[in-house]
Design a protein around this ligand. Structure first.
Ligand SMILES: Cc1cc2nc3c(=O)[nH]c(=O)nc-3n(C[C@H](O)[C@H](O)[C@H](O)COP(=O)(O)OP(=O)(O)OC[C@H]3O[C@@H](n4cnc5c(N)ncnc54)[C@H](O)[C@@H]3O)c2cc1C
Length: 411
């Protein structure tokens, strides 16, 4: 008989909240997930999954479904806007380390329905309620009182804020969200023009002091898919100007200058802008409230690390809850373990890598840029160095490092 009488309550049906709810459901742990939106959100966000994330999602039973529409991207490129291809990294070099030696590209809004369906089809202890916002949390020694926008109040044994960048849970536990916000807004434009015809592999980073970009092939509604081009925009330029068709066409032609696509007008399917932050909460829990995903950490999308890190948090918390719930393990010890496994790795790996990636792409000093690109070229040309680089960039090392953190802190 479980020692905890009230369910675990989660706020947020994004990838982190749904992965955690599915993990809890598969362990038969009672859980209620509240999502303030009336249905799953459909905005254009993450879309790239690294090998360890695919392994974790496989444990939840959803990776095979993701492969039905996802695009396998075994090779990713670093390019110079003017000179073209600089280096290409081939994930088949890590085939002896993971069953998934590639990135899988699938829009976040195509993953979340897969997770939700799996919850509904395979679990009976999880209750997902849309259109309900968590508006207040009152933690005490035995649990958390959770207030909802419909006026209801519920008791939870534990509460997990998977409630995104503006997390209420993070505010309630009153931890710092240290870091910074990049001055430039990112614009993501998706075109039906097939950039593989110009030599792009499914994932590419284009270096240039003004017109750097990240280019990703995503499935959209099905083959041949669409190509997402993310680039920085002048913070002074009005939003309506940067979103204008002619302005986007002009930028795409500049970014793709080396390949000289000779296209007057790229057919554009989606466009959106967003601000990008680098922040990590100073603690991932307090008492019976924990935070995960964007609620706990934010980073720029260069490297496709944000959503992946959120899924890693969720899986880690799911494991802790199994022991807390079924074995009556000490929750503070396990929450502390979660914090020591996930927080330092986010700072050391995710923050460091995503900041380095963005700085590399936008480097203004031509000598420094040349030196860094040459270094990557050199790494890519040597299979041993290349594999070491891929072990970091595909998050295999960071996941292993986190797994090696002992439950009890040693002197
Ligand atoms: C344009 C863009 C591109 C990106 N590309 C990548 C990429 O390629 N790879 C990558 O790994 N990451 C990428 N990211 C980051 C990635 O999208 C996020 O890291 C990811 O969405 C975080 O998931 P989450 O579940 O933590 O939070 P979210 O997806 O933000 O979900 C939080 C949910 O909580 C709900 N909510 C909030 N408050 C409450 C409340 N009080 N009560 C109830 N519900 C609440 C919200 O409505 C929302 O549905 C990108 C982000 C952006 C913006």
């Amino acid at each position: 008989m479980a020692a905890h009488h009230h369910p675990i309550i989660i706020a947020g049906a994004g990838p982190a909240g749904l992965s955690l709810a599915l993990s809890l459901g598969q362990s038969n742990i009672p859980c209620i997930l509240f999502e303030m939106e009336p249905e799953l959100t459909h905005d254009l966000r993450a879309g790239s999954y690294h090998p360890p994330t695919l392994e974790m999602l496989d444990e939840l039973g959803v990776t095979a479904e993701m492969h039905k529409t996802g695009i396998k991207v075994p090779r990713w490129q670093i390019r110079d806007r003017v000179d073209g291809l600089v280096a290409e990294f081939d994930l088949s070099l890590v085939a002896d380390e993971t069953p998934y030696p590639y990135r899988l590209h699938l829009e976040q809004h195509r993953l979340t329905p897969i997770l939700l369906d799996k919850i509904r089809e395979t679990t009976s202890s999880v209750d997902v309620r849309f259109g309900t916002e968590v508006t207040g949390l009152e933690p005490d020694q035995d649990g958390v009182t959770v207030r909802l926008d419909n006026g209801d109040e519920l008791r939870a044994s534990f509460f997990v804020g998977c409630d995104g960048a503006r997390s209420l849970a993070r505010k309630v536990i009153d931890v710092e969200f240290k870091g910074f916000t990049w001055p430039d807004r990112f614009l993501v434009a998706s075109t039906t023009f097939q950039l593989n015809e110009l030599g792009f592999s499914g994932a590419g980073y284009v270096a240039d002091p003004e017109h750097w970009a990240a280019i990703f092939h995503v499935p959209d509604t099905g083959p041949p898919g669409i190509w997402r081009v993310a680039y920085g925009t002048d913070p002074e330029e009005p939003e309506e100007d940067i979103l204008r068709d002619e302005r986007i066409q002009e930028r795409l032609n500049i970014i793709l200058e080396h390949s000289n696509p000779g296209v007057d007008s790229f057919e554009l399917k989606y466009r959106s802008t967003y601000r990008v932050h680098q922040r990590v909460a100073s603690k991932f829990f307090k008492g019976r409230i924990a935070i995960a995903g964007d609620a706990a950490h934010l980073n720029n999308p260069m490297g496709g690390l944000g959503l992946n890190g959120g899924v890693h948090d969720a899986i880690s918390l799911g494991e802790k809850f199994r022991q807390i719930w079924h074995d009556n393990a000490d929750f503070e010890l396990h929450f502390d373990h979660y914090d020591r496994q996930r927080r330092p790795i986010n700072i050391k790996a995710v923050q460091a890598m995503s900041i380095r990636n963005k700085k590399l792409l936008e480097e203004r000093d031509p000598d420094v840029r040349r030196e860094r690109l040459d270094e990557l070229k050199n790494i890519a040309s040597d299979p041993v160095k290349s594999k070491a680089h891929l072990m970091n960039t595909s998050m295999i090392n960071s996941v292993r490092e986190a797994a090696a953190v002992p439950l009890e802190e040693t002197e």
